[in-house]
Design a protein around this ligand. Sequence first.
Ligand code: SF4
Length: 326
Amino acid sequence: MDLVRDPRELCQLLQLDFDDFRAAHMDLSPEGLAAAQQSFELRVPRSFVGRMRKGDLNDPLLLQVLPQGRELLAQAGFTGDPLDENASHPAPGLIQKYHGRVLVLVSSACAIHCRYCFRRHFPYAEHRQSRDDWQAALQAIAQDPNIGEVIYSGGDPLSASDKQLAWFTEQVSQIPHVHTLRIHTRLPIVIPERIDEQSLAWLRQDRLKVVMVLHSNHAAEIDAEVAAAIGKLRGAGLVLLNQSVLLRGINDKVDSLAELSYALFKQGVMPYYLHLLDKVAGAQHFDVPEAEAIALHNELKGRLPGYLVPKLAREVPGATAKVVLG
Ligand code: SF4
C-alpha cells in the first residue's frame, strides 16, 4: 500500500505549513503532537490524499486523519473501550453484540487511521488470527444455529489477503444456518483499486447474500475511481449501504450531509446510518452533542426524500440493538 505516515510530509503534499496547521487546530505543542502520532500513527493512502484540497487547513478529509495534540486531553466520559467490546468474545476474534449476528475481526490492520475510530485503542494484538483461531471462530458460528449473519469487521476486513478471505468465506458459506455475509469496510473508499478481479471472485456468492457497508463521511471522498470501484461491486450483485460518523468540523452541516447522500445514491449506495461519535478517548473534539445532532437530522429530513436520509443512531454498550434517535 502506498501510504503517507509522516505528518510533515502530508502537510508538504498539501502545500500547508505544519506550524500553521498546529496553530489553527489548537495543538498543545510539537511534543503533544508527536505523542498523539505515537499513540495512533498517521496512516493515509496517497490516493485519499489526492482528494484533499491543497492549501486548506480545514479540509474535511485532512482533518479526519492528521494527528492533533489535543487528542491527548482527557475528557470525562471518553474512554479506551467506549462500547465495552472487550467483554463480549465467544471465541478469539469474534464479537457478539446482537442476537443472530456475529462480528469476525478478520484483520487487525486498516489502510487509513481515522482519528475518531472507536477501536483506536482496541488490543488487536490479543485478537490476531491464526488459522487455528479462524477454525475456532468457524466452529463457534457453526455451533450456534441462531447466527444467520456473519459480519466481517476489523480493522478493515479488506486489509486481509484475498486468499484468506476467499478461504474463510468458503467455510462460512458451508454453514447451513448462515444466510448473509456483511462486510464493513472503508477500503473501497480510500483505496478503490482494492476492488479487482481477485476480490470480486470471492465477493460474488451464490448462496450467501452479500451486503457491503461502506464508510464514507464526505462527498469529496467519492471521486471517479471510487465510483468505478462501487460500479464493480454493484455489478457483482452486492447490496451496497453506507454508514458515516457525524463529525464536528467535517460533516456537521446539513449541506454537507445532503451532498453525501446524493453522491452515494448516484453510485447506487443507500445511506444507512449516521452514527453519533462513540466516546473514545482522543476523539472528543469531533463530538457533536445529541440534541444538536437530532436538530441537524431533522433539517436533513426536511431537505431530502426519506430514502436518502440515514438513520441517526448511537451504539450503547450492552444494548440489544443500536439506539435510533430522532
Ligand atoms: S477504517 Fe474504520 S476501523 Fe479503520 S481506522 Fe477508520 S474507522 Fe477505524
